[in-house]
Every structure is written in structure tokens, then in C-alpha cells.
Design a protein around this ligand. Sequence first.
Ligand SMILES: C[S@@+](CC[C@H](N)C(=O)[O-])C[C@H]1O[C@@H](n2cnc3c(N)ncnc32)[C@H](O)[C@@H]1O
Ligand SMILES: [Zn+2]
Length: 338
Amino acid sequence: MAANLIFYFNNISTDATKTELQGRHACTLLWKIGKFAEEQPCFAPMNLDYCLSQLICPVCARPLLAAPGRWHCAAGHSFDLARQGYVNLLPARGRKGQSQGDSGEMLWARRRFLEGGGYQPLLDAVIVAATAVAARHPVPGFTVLDAGCGEGFYLSRLQTALAREDGCFLGLDLSKTAARMAAAANKSALFFVGDLRERITCADHTVHLLLNIFAPRNPAEFARVMASHGRLLTLIPTPRHLQGLLGAEDVIGMETAKEEKVEAAMAPYFDLLVVEEITFPLTVQGEQLVDLVQMTPRARHLPPEKYTQMRRWSAVDTTVSVQMLLFAPKPDGLLPTG
Ligand SMILES: C[S@@+](CC[C@H](N)C(=O)[O-])C[C@H]1O[C@@H](n2cnc3c(N)ncnc32)[C@H](O)[C@@H]1O
Ligand SMILES: [Zn+2]
């Protein structure tokens, strides 16, 4: 098989392809299946076998199996691996639904803003909390699911910070563009398209740390996938988040989720362990201001001329105001039926 691989690398067409393929963790999957066709996407996140064992078919919940260029279940449901290195696990009926998740424009704005350090204190808080959760799981095998991962910033940074060689880092988002961007930037996590309002494509009680950052929630499914000693870490904006960003009288229109509301929704399944307020001043101007506005749901409703105006504004002062909630699954928590 090694000879096959060397033959393959020596006969592929471009140096660029060669470098890309060699860079991807020696392409575990291709090694395993022994198929080296050029059109085959090279797809090898860290601990692929372990990651695959954590996932289920979104249609029938059977285990997923690897085949050349696709994953499938024993019932014949099949999901293609995209060349960019993500998997679309949305069942066909879900692909025609109204919502496609965040647009490329919003995702690129978020990528620039986050990479620029605009929400650094939020990332720092997530890393501190997640490190404590990881320390409670010294045994091999640590699964992190970022539900609503966007372009992958938090999951990727956390993966680097935790440096768990035994880890499986999963990122789920409804937006195909999000999965594509995330996979392009991080080949060692596994990003997939899915709808977290439906069945989450993780097997029961597999996730040790579930991240949910400014994204929709599904308490029943979160409880089902959560390992018994796992933790759910969620960030929600308070009503004061980004106030005044578009002018003194304006609020940003972000859907704010009050702690009590979230806690009530989680209560049948989870106990709230810790609430941490993260508040810090933020001054933005020019492209950074535009990016921050474009990250919010309000962006969809603003006319293009508003952005032209915004670029000319002098610096705007606002406040980041977020609650970080840490939940533990109730030992006797409800499990969804069916
Ligand atoms: C405000 S963004 C936050 C992204 C990321 N957690 C971050 O903070 O950078 C919300 C994300 O949730 C995703 N999303 C919305 N509805 C979803 C659903 N039903 N299932 C999965 N993801 C969804 C969007 O595509 C978007 O990427
Ligand atoms: Zn199936």
C-alpha cells in the first residue's frame, strides 16, 4: 500500500496538488481504503476513525462508514466528501429548506474581525473554561462539537490551545460556505454541514465538550449527544451587547437571549453550573466597523449606502456584553423520544 501511495504522489499532475495532499496528515483515509484516484479528495482529519465512530447517519441514525469519496450507512444513505475537505450531512430534504445559514459576506466579515482580535476576551474565556473541562477527561478520546461553528474560528483556536492529540474536533454549521471556509483553514478538524435544529449527527453520549457560541440551540439534542460527564459551554449576547453601534438611538438588532430564557429551555436536560459576564469596551472604525455590523443579523436589512456612510464615520464606541454559561447534563435528564 505504501508503494501505491508513493506511485500516486509521483504521478499526480501538479506540484501544488502534491504539496496539498502531502500536507494533509498523510491522508489516513486513502491509506485505509487503498484507492488513490486523482479525483479522490484527500480527507484526513486528526483521529479520523475515532471521529467517524462519533458520527451517525442524519437520516436513520446508523453508524457512518467510510468509502472512496463518500460516507455512507448500512441502509445506503450516502454523503459526499467535498473536495475542500468537509462533508455535507444534511439529508436531501433539508437542503431545500429556506434557511441556508450565514452568507459568505457575513462569514468573511466574521473571519476578518475575529482574526483581528476584536473578540479576543471572548476567545480567552472560552479557552480557560474549555481547558478546565478537558482536564476532567484525562483518559484518551476527547470529543469537542462546535454547534453553529461558523467559519471555524473558535474551534480551531481551541484545538490549538488544548493540544489534545487524542481529540476529535467537530464543527457543525448549516452554511455550506461556513463548512468550506472552516475546512480550508483547518485540515485537522472535521467540519460538516448540518442543521442543529434537527437530529445532530453525533451518536448518543459521545460529546465531552459542546460549544455553542452565538448560535441556535437544541437542548434535547444537546442532551442526547452529551457524554454523561460532558459540559455544554454557550455564549449568549445580553441586551446591552453592541449597543449604539449604528448611532446613539440605534440598537444592533441582535437577537438577545436572556440567561433566564436559555436556562429555562435547558432546565429539563441540564444544570447550570457557572455564569460569567464578559463585558469590555470596543472602539471600531472603518472596515472593522463594517465587518462587525456585517457579522450581525441586522446586516441583512441595511442598504448598501449605509456601509458607504459607515466607512466615513469617526471611531464608534460600543460595549461587548456577553454571558458565558456552563451546563452539566442532568443525571436523570429527559431524553428525546423516537
Ligand atoms: C452568529 S453566527 C456564530 C458563528 C460562530 N459560532 C462564531 O461565533 O463565530 C451563527 C452561526 O450559526 C449558523 N446556523 C444558523 N442556523 C443554524 C442551524 N439551524 N444549524 C446549524 N447552524 C446554524 C449560521 O450559519 C452561523 O454560522
Ligand atoms: Zn442512514
